[in-house]
Design a protein around this ligand. Structure first.
Ligand code: KIV
Ligand code: ZN
Length: 428
């Protein structure tokens, strides 16, 4: 009716008239080489760290935390080499700027001085210093009062500034279990002393997404000088919520996310870079941010980190697991063959994976089976000719395939299919 048309028209006009909010840059801070290397059993050589850092640069990471220089001579050497050899690279980086190289330091002068020695060779560098703020850590680990905590935090940042570093990140370790009002006091002091990025770690992966998001919002709104700095998330995955918590942080004002490739890290790991990036990619209008990561480098980076760290990715890991783009059930395979979007929210090529895959198992249907047989035979083989001459043979072949698939765990491979064909045409 005319009334409905008028309503639709005015709604459309209202949609076009509303100005789009301007997106802000989200800084991707990768800590694969520092927190990621803290995964039990992972030790990378300097050479391997340099190779991974080069790939992180290609991926478009903004800040690379290359290590903890005071921890060992090897760590110092790796951070220094990365600062010298990778810090200046700009090739294939959409931001046009080189990757900033950061090193970690406890809130004490020797750590901070050593860290600066290692990172200062990079054109863009950062000292990342941290101190715990939760009562549990203050009482049992550091055995200091809240007042002492504030004094040490302020002094650490002031020292980093005094030695010539002008990009200083401060982390309130175990912020997820710290009192918010106290966090505001610590953070206001470090801002006044010269910190430029404030990182809020949920060190033990304790927070729920709305809790973490509301903490970020509260800190931004209630910390003196909070409007002059970049706020950052750093989440651990003990409850499987690291990505959700980091994204909640972004929705509440954080403009840096700390993460690792494949989500590797202490215990259950850190926020996974690929999950954050592909969430932003899949829901562009949901998040008020843009990023400079080249998503087509994700798969290759994930493979490199797997190979070098020796940490195998679980098959059902989001984005980069071997099953992330594999379809087994007949209904899904049939749907995907008709139109990919029926069961795929991301095109595999977007992350640099050449194609999806159809796993032939007991749930697979005729369509996927036929497609795979055609794929492996091509048009010219003896079997292709036999199948073309005798369409009923396909039905028997499919029935034998179902029987074998029922017995075989992990799906059928090419050899299994050839064995079925040999059997079908009595060539055994
Ligand atoms: O999880 C954590 O608290 C950390 C800090 C050192 C940033 O890794
Ligand atoms: Zn951490």
């Amino acid at each position: 009716t005319a009334a409905v048309r008028a309503r639709l028209q005015s709604r459309a006009m209202a949609t076009t008239a509303a100005p789009l909010p301007e997106k802000q840059k989200l800084i991707i801070f990768d800590t694969t080489l520092r927190d990621g290397e803290q995964s039990p059993g992972v030790t990378l050589t300097t050479e391997e760290k340099v190779e991974i850092a080069k790939q992180l640069s290609r991926l478009g990471v903004d800040v690379c935390e290359a290590g903890f220089p005071i921890a060992s001579p090897g760590d110092f050497e790796a951070v220094q080499r990365i600062a010298k050899e990778v810090g200046g690279l700009t090739a294939n980086r959409s931001s046009g700027k080189p990757m900033r190289i950061a090193g970690l330091a406890r809130a004490v002068e020797p750590d901070i001085a050593r860290c600066f020695e290692a990172v200062k060779h990079a054109p863009l560098h950062r000292i990342h210093t941290f101190l715990a703020t939760s009562d549990i850590h203050l009482k049992y680990k550091l055995k200091i009062s809240r007042a002492e905590c504030i004094t040490r935090a302020r002094a650490a940042v002031a020292f980093a500034k005094s030695i010539g570093c002008n990009d200083i990140e401060f982390s309130t370790e175990d912020a997820g279990r710290s009192e918010r009002a106290f966090l505001c006091d610590v953070l206001a002091e470090v801002i006044a002393a010269g910190a430029t990025t404030l990182n809020i770690p949920d060190t033990v992966g304790y927070n729920m997404p709305d809790e973490y998001g509301s903490m970020i919002k509260y800190l931004i709104q209630n910390t003196e000088g909070g409007d002059k700095v970049t706020w950052s998330t750093h989440c651990h995955n003990d409850l499987g919520l690291a990505t959700a918590n980091s994204l909640a942080g972004v929705l509440n004002g954080a403009r840096q996310v700390e993460c690792t490739i494949n989500g590797i890290g202490e215990r259950a790991g850190n926020t996974s870079l690929e999950e954050v990036i592909m969430s932003l990619h899949t829901h562009p209008s949901y998040f008020p941010v843009y990023h400079s990561v080249d998503t087509t480098q994700i798969y290759m980076t994930s493979q490199l980190v797997t190979k070098k760290s020796g940490m195998v990715i679980q098959p059902n890991k989001a984005i980069v697991g071997s099953n992330a783009f594999a379809h087994e059930s007949g209904i899904h395979q049939d749907g995907v063959l008709k139109h990919k979007e029926t069961y795929e929210i991301i095109q595999p090529q977007t992350i640099g994976l050449p194609s999806n895959s159809m796993v032939l198992g007991k749930l697979s249907g005729r369509a996927a089976f036929k497609q795979r047989i055609e794929q492996i035979l091509g048009n010219n083989s003896m079997y292709a000719e036999k199948l073309a001459q005798n369409p009923e043979a396909f039905q028997t072949l499919f029935a034998s395939f179902k029987k074998l698939a029922d017995m075989k765990k992990g799906g059928l491979n090419e050899q299994d299919l050839y064995a079925l064909l040999d059997d079908q045409f009595n060539l055994v």
